[in-house]
Each structure stands twice: as C-alpha cells, then as structure tokens.
Design a protein around this ligand. Structure first.
Ligand code: ADP
Ligand code: MG
Length: 258
C-alpha cells in the first residue's frame, strides 16, 4: 500500500454467497474509504441486500471476506486459516455497524426514546441516564425534538425512519448501512429522510446506501456501484456510472428509473 493512502474502512474481497444452487453474490470486491458515501444500485434480486447483510454478518459468506476497520467480520485469522468468532465477538463487531432497513423495524411497544436507549444500555453497558441524554440529542438532530414519549405507531413513516436512523446513531457506529431507506415511504415523506442522510454525509459518516433515488445518489455519493446478478459491473464517480454507464444492464436499468 502506498504511504499516505489510508486503509479503507471497509474492504470486501472475493465475496460469494449462494442460497441452495442460486449464486447470489459472485465474487464481490469493494473498498469504502472512511468518511465516504457509496451508493449501491441494481435491479431487484441482484444481491444488494445480501451484500449489506454480509457486511453485518447477518449472512455468512461462502467465500471471501468483509473487513471493517481492519477486522474480518465474523472470523479471525489464525495459523493461516479463518476461524469463526464466538457470538459475543460478532455482537461487538456489529455494534460498529449501524443498519437502517426499508421497514423501520422499531420496537412497537417502546417509546421513541426507549427505542434509542435500549441497545446502548444492553449492548454497550451505557448508564440509562447517559443513554437518554444522548437519545434526546439524536432526536433533535433528526428533527424530532419533543417526540420522545410518542410510540412508533403515532408517527408518520418518515418520522419513524428518522427515529430508526437516530437509533442506529445511538450506538456510535463507524459505518452506517441503509437498505432502501425510502422505498416504503409515501413520496411526500422521502425528502425528509434523504435530508437526514445528506446531513450525515456532511458530517463525514461512512455510509453504504442502497437506493433507487438517482438524484440523491448523484448529489451525495462519492462512489456509485452497480450490481447485476451478484457482480459489480460498474463502479466509479456517480456522474460516470449514472450518466455514462458502459455496461448494457446498467444502461437499461438506469434509463428505466431516470
Ligand atoms: P436485492 O436486495 O438486490 O433485491 P437480495 O440480496 O435480497 O437482492 O436477493 C438476491 C437473491 O437472493 C434473490 O433472488 C432472493 O430471492 C435470494 N435470497 C435472498 N435471501 C435469501 C434467503 N434467505 N434464502 C433464499 N434465497 C434468498
Ligand atoms: Mg433488497
């Protein structure tokens, strides 16, 4: 590695994953530099969610690896081989990686603030009062100051997704993964969620975002990656990938969503 080139926060190498005989990821290599935003595009079924889930070890790769902050997710090197990590170590690794899903997945029986306090207390051993204070700050940051005592069902989809983002931030992750964070929202609520993600990009949060919001990708992404049938077929600056794709499948997909 050249001196002065920092090691990327995320390094994915030779990642393969099959379900039965269906090869869903077919040798994915990807670097995500610290502080950068990577937008992941591709048709339905191309393996986008599976790729994100491998980064969080919600799926176990068949081959290859994901490294975050210099640690292989789910495994460690010993005597030239990879050995599976105990679940406690995986839990510790996962705490560094926040994930926001299409369906907000808030705990319905907990208030907004309780949703934010739960994991920092249970997983990181933070004192409840400190977690609550941080939770209030994060709610203000996503524009939801004053809604601490509301239950998720009392909020709009856009507000729930902003709570989900605040909940992910409450763990102080080094990396945030978004899996189609606005796809379940009514069109008029998409903007408020994208605004929060845009704001996070400005503060230097490292993110991988699966989205079909091309305008957002063009504006916020440092790198755009196009996945087709489990392979990265285009990768580069958003202007190149989105406006001048050389791959035929990428051309067809992008002309359909633009
Ligand atoms: P995308 O997010 O790009 O739409 P996914 O990663 O969700 O794609 O899925 C890629 C393919 O893998 C799809 O054909 C899907 O049906 C299949 N798949 C995903 N998860 C599973 C699973 N747990 N069991 C079997 N097949 C799966
Ligand atoms: Mg998906």
């Amino acid at each position: 590695m050249t001196a002065g080139t920092p090691r990327p926060l995320v390094r994915i190498r030779g990642l393969r994953k099959s379900f039965g005989t269906h090869r869903v990821l077919d040798g994915v290599d990807l670097d995500v530099p610290e502080g950068s935003v990577t937008v992941l595009l591709g048709p339905s079924g191309s393996g986008k969610s599976t790729l994100l889930r491998c980064v969080n070890h919600l799926e176990r790769p068949d081959a290859g690896f994901v490294e975050v902050a210099g640690e292989i997710i789910g495994y460690r090197h010993h005597a030239g081989r990879l050995h599976e990590l105990p679940s406690r170590a995986v839990t510790r690794q996962r705490a560094q990686v926040g994930m926001v899903f299409q369906q907000f997945n808030l705990f319905p029986h907990l208030t907004v603030l309780e949703n934010l306090v739960e994991a920092p207390v249970a997983v990181r051993g933070l004192a409840k009062a400190a977690a609550a204070e941080r939770g209030r700050d994060l709610l203000a940051r996503v524009g939801l100051a004053g809604r601490e005592s509301a239950y998720p069902r009392e909020l709009s989809g856009g507000q729930q997704q902003r709570v989900a983002i605040a909940r992910a931030l409450a763990m102080e992750p080094r990396l945030l993964l978004f899996d189609e964070p606005t796809s379940a929202l009514d069109p008029e609520l998409v903007g408020e969620v994208l605004a929060v993600i845009r704001d996070l990009a400005r503060t230097g949060m490292t993110m991988i975002v699966v989205t079909h919001e091309i305008g957002f990708a063009r504006e916020v992404a440092d790198t755009a990656v196009f996945l087709d049938a489990g392979r990265i077929v285009e990768s580069g600056a958003p202007a190149d990938v989105l406006d001048r794709p050389s791959n035929e499948r990428a051309q067809a997909f992008l002309s359909a969503v633009l």
